[in-house]
Design a protein around this ligand. Structure first.
Ligand SMILES: Nc1ncnc2c1ncn2[C@@H]1O[C@H](COP(=O)(O)OP(=O)(O)OP(=O)(O)O)[C@@H](O)[C@H]1O
Ligand SMILES: [Mg+2]
Length: 257
């Protein structure tokens, strides 16, 4: 089985183009089994604003207390997950929504309870559950919420959740679908880059904000042995006739997987 983990950014959910769904059909036709993890940043911010709850971030991660977690779960599980499953089904792709904290799909541990509250990192992925869905020709659409060992739900950055799922199921590829064409430097898409270049881009301030957890996640799956990770746009056909469009991040310069 060739799995491909696709992290679908909350930033682009409202703008996913027909080409995006065509690309998923092409992947399936070429023997890939897609597994999707979705984000929901803008929708969570909008709902927190509506409830007059401040959004606080620490090193790019959302500080999450009990009240914020209620909103995070309501929006991710009740809105963005539903929206994406519905869109996939509408485009003739069989999909099934999975709340990450159900069935121990994602088990998580606190990153730093004092500083971040209910924010976790994935410690275990229920691979068997995901494989059963894949075998039934369903695309799992996973909400990045984890179950903690002490019975709480933890908020997980969707980029980190996707990387954890990709490593656990030994996916062939991991794609980060977002609202830009890839890593942009001075307005130009970088077609191919490496870990050392990415560190330089961060140092120079060319990569910032939401792109940081994305490249960190990309680099973490590369160190787990995956050949290539890509950052692609959800507004375009990121895959067509075996060719990819976006930024390819590889272990070494010149190696395209
Ligand atoms: N060098 C860069 N190239 C491209 N985008 C960059 C760069 N540095 C920072 N960014 C920002 O990263 C953003 C993408 O990350 P963001 O977290 O906002 O979206 P997402 O991860 O797709 O959605 P969500 O977090 O809701 O799942 C871009 O819209 C852009 O503003
Ligand atoms: Mg993000």
């Amino acid at each position: 089985m060739k799995a491909v983990v696709i992290k679908c950014g909350g930033s682009v959910l409202d703008e996913l183009s027909p080409n995006f769904f065509e690309a998923i059909h092409s992947l399936k036709k070429d023997g890939y089994s897609p597994v999707i993890v979705h984000g929901g940043g803008p929708a969570i911010n909008a709902m927190l604003d509506l409830h007059q709850i401040d959004s606080k971030f620490h090193n790019g991660l959302r500080v999450t207390n009990g009240e914020t977690m209620e909103i995070v779960e309501m929006v991710l599980s009740g809105k963005t997950n539903r929206q994406l499953v519905r869109l996939l089904e509408k485009n003739n792709l069989n999909a099934i929504g999975v709340n990450g904290s159900d069935g121990k799909c994602l088990v998580a541990d606190y990153i730093n309870k004092e500083a971040l509250g209910l924010v976790g990192r994935v410690t275990y992925v229920n691979k068997a559950l995901l494989f059963k869905m894949i075998e039934s020709d369903l695309i799992p659409v996973i909400t990045p919420i984890g179950a903690s060992r002490d019975g709480y739900r933890l908020n997980i950055n969707a980029d980190y959740a996707a990387a954890a799922v990709a490593s656990a199921i030994k996916a062939e590829r991991c794609l980060f679908v977002t609202n830009v064409d890839g890593i942009l430097i001075n307005g130009e898409v970088v077609k191919q880059t490496t870990a050392s270049e990415i560190h330089e881009f961060i140092e120079a301030g060319h990569i910032y904000g939401g792109m940081i957890p994305k490249v960190e996640s990309a680099l973490s799956v590369l160190t787990e042995g995956m050949n290539q990770v890509m950052i692609v746009s959800g507004k375009k056909a990121f895959y067509h006739q075996g060719g990819w469009e976006g930024t390819a991040i590889t272990n070494k310069a010149g190696v395209v997987g």
